[in-house]
Design a protein around this ligand. Structure first.
Ligand SMILES: [Zn+2]
Length: 590
């Protein structure tokens, strides 16, 4: 049977793209990229080639000096348009000229007024899961990998960056040249252009950000080189050259995106405490688990995120100690059960390998938080079964055996069975992977730091609030666990007092506010609505935005305002956030 990715029009029997040379011109006034791209294929193509595209305006297609026949012959709201190129005659290279749409769902074009500096525009991409096709026609499935080079032209005062090796363009010319010698799947293509500064952090590491935040960003992530050293010990040599980071505006939909060589980061991770260093640990770990060994389809997403969460915790254990990791694991456990409860205990969406439900075309709908937590809990069970030493040897061999490949869950399980057959004797692998919810027995995490929080939550239920002194030195995950564990509805007076006791303003952590505002909304704390609105407008990180959005939708007095509020802030958000929010509102009948 030929492999087929339901989220893509790709037909691998036609051939595979091997390399692309891009020439990209960014036009901020029309919010479009004008691109000429020359594609090389793995083997010569005869007849047809299908490429994924989304609202691409195609101007020209030619092969070997002759015009290539082409049409968009299928179209679907989720998949986009199938670009059918016809008339190949044993050709290994072709060129397309095209323009992206202002509605390209990977790209956010921000006005100067939406940036920190306020004087230059900001463009950035987010291609995961299936949005690369809105930037360039491609085989937009994680199972196809290609190398690329790119010349990027942007207005002179801006800096262009890509998730690629940078060969600097002539100073002040606005022309930047990149090369990506390692093969990547399309979803790891990434580009940004803005008024940026750069700070070196270590011999292989550095950070880009708007000048207003560069110092704070460089301080927050100053220890990245140290993290790299630990990551290499666990996962093997880092094969991507440099590791830099780019701080985006707050509308960035995620915490981080593991674009190779250049992680994209939310500014909500800059706390002034280095309290979210584990976010960078996570994105860096993806350089192996995800970018080096990649899920072949989005149904296998847990291979990317479960492994990365596992690796993140192993590295954090070295850098921050076991107590911090145990606490984090209990927090993850609570979240896992919360997600399962929301989805329904029998929901197929809670299987590690997401089954093909109905059409199964929407890659984003398969990328649930459960892939992270349940996936890492499963890998911990495998570790317990054979002991850490053997499991560590397995990790190194796994990375080496599949580097620069995209694999399915089944290929992973075959490898696991061949290398560590004992795992299958003690761990019910089939249930973990293919059954919904959590198995009945597993090593549930324990944490004395969490136990303290649990006691404080029980006290609140008895009407006794914690003291400022008591929570003053709490670890960030103790605060998160406390806020997560509180009843959804509490008296308004208690909301007010808690904000003071927890010193939320001083801590300046939007994740705390995400939980807090959700409680305030559910509890009928009306005076806080203008602050909730501001939060909704500013924060694009969906992990923070969605709990508040859900509270607005589920609470009677705010339900009718949810759609209005979203329409007011829609323009400020990335298309990825807008689509996800639309889905949430529509499912709620709003
Ligand atoms: Zn991740």
């Amino acid at each position: 049977m030929t492999f087929r990715d339901p989220t893509s029009y790709t037909d691998l029997t036609q051939g595979r793209i091997k390399h692309i040379d891009f020439h990209i011109q960014a036009d901020f006034s029309s919010r479009t990229l004008e691109i000429e791209a020359t594609y090389q294929t793995q083997e010569p193509i005869t007849g047809s080639l299908y490429l994924d595209s989304f609202k691409i305006e195609l101007m020209e297609a030619h092969v070997n000096g002759r015009k290539l026949e082409c049409e968009f012959d299928q179209s679907d709201e989720t998949l986009g348009e199938r670009l059918h190129l016809k008339g190949f005659d044993n050709d290994s290279s072709f060129t397309l000229k095209f323009r992206t749409s202002p509605e390209a769902r990977a790209l956010q074009w921000m006005n100067a007024s939406q940036t920190l500096g306020g004087s230059h525009p900001f463009l950035f991409s987010q291609c995961q899961a299936s949005n690369a096709r809105s930037v360039f026609p491609c085989q937009d499935t994680p199972s196809v990998r290609f190398t690329y080079s790119a010349e990027v032209e942007v207005p002179r005062e801006l800096t262009a960056v890509m998730a690629a090796e940078q060969a600097k363009g002539p100073e002040g010319s606005g022309l930047f040249i990149f090369n990506m010698p390692q093969p990547i799947p399309a979803y790891l293509f990434a580009i940004a252009a803005a008024h940026l500064e750069f700070r070196e952090l270590g011999p292989r590491t550095g950070i880009y950000a708007e000048p207003e935040v560069i110092e704070a960003a460089a301080w927050e992530f100053a220890e990245t080189e140290k993290t790299m050293v630990e990551a290499e010990k666990l996962l093997g040599p880092y094969l991507w050259g440099r590791y830099d980071m780019l701080v985006l505006p707050p509308s960035f939909p995620f915490g981080g995106m593991e674009n190779p060589r250049l992680t994209f980061l939310t500014p909500t991770s800059i706390l002034g405490t280095r309290g979210q260093a584990n976010l960078v640990t996570h994105e860096l770990a993806h350089a192996w688990t995800g970018n080096l060994v990649t899920n072949a389809t989005w149904q296998d997403f847990w291979l990317n995120e479960g492994w990365t969460t596992y690796a993140e915790q192993r590295i954090t254990e070295i850098l921050e100690g076991k107590d911090a990791v145990d606490l984090n694991s209990v927090y993850d456990e609570k979240r896992t059960f919360e997600i399962i409860e929301r989805a329904g205990v029998d929901s197929p969406a809670t299987c590690l390998k997401v089954p093909k439900e109905g059409e199964g075309k929407d890659g984003d709908s398969m990328t649930s938080q459960l892939a992270y937590t349940k996936g890492s809990f499963f890998l911990k069970e495998c570790e317990y079964a054979v002991g850490r030493e053997r499991f560590d040897a397995f990790i190194q061999k796994y990375m080496k055996s599949f580097q620069f490949q995209s694999i399915t869950t089944e290929e992973f399980l075959d490898f696991l069975k061949a290398e560590l057959p004992e795992v299958f004797e003690t761990v019910d692998v089939h249930t973990w992977i293919y059954k919904p919810g959590m198995p009945e027995t597993w090593h549930r995490p324990q944490s004395h730091l969490y136990d303290e929080v649990e006691k404080a939550i029980a006290d609140v239920a008895q009407g006794k609030l914690p003291t400022r002194e008591q929570v003053k030195d709490w670890h960030r995950y103790q605060m998160l666990s406390f806020l997560q564990g509180l009843p959804r509805i509490i008296p308004v007076e208690v909301c007010k007092r808690l904000e003071t006791i927890l010193e939320l303003e001083k801590r300046n952590d939007d994740h705390f506010y995400a939980y807090f505002y959700a409680i305030c909304v559910a509890s009928g704390y009306k005076e806080i609505m203008h602050r909730v609105e501001k939060f909704f407008e500013k924060i694009g990180r969906m992990l923070y935005l969605f709990p508040v959005a859900r509270a607005l939708i589920e609470t009677e007095w705010t339900r009718d305002q949810a759609r209005l509020l979203f329409e007011r802030v829609r323009e400020k958000h990335h298309p990825v956030t807008v689509n996800a929010m639309e889905g949430l509102l529509k499912r709620a009948g709003l």
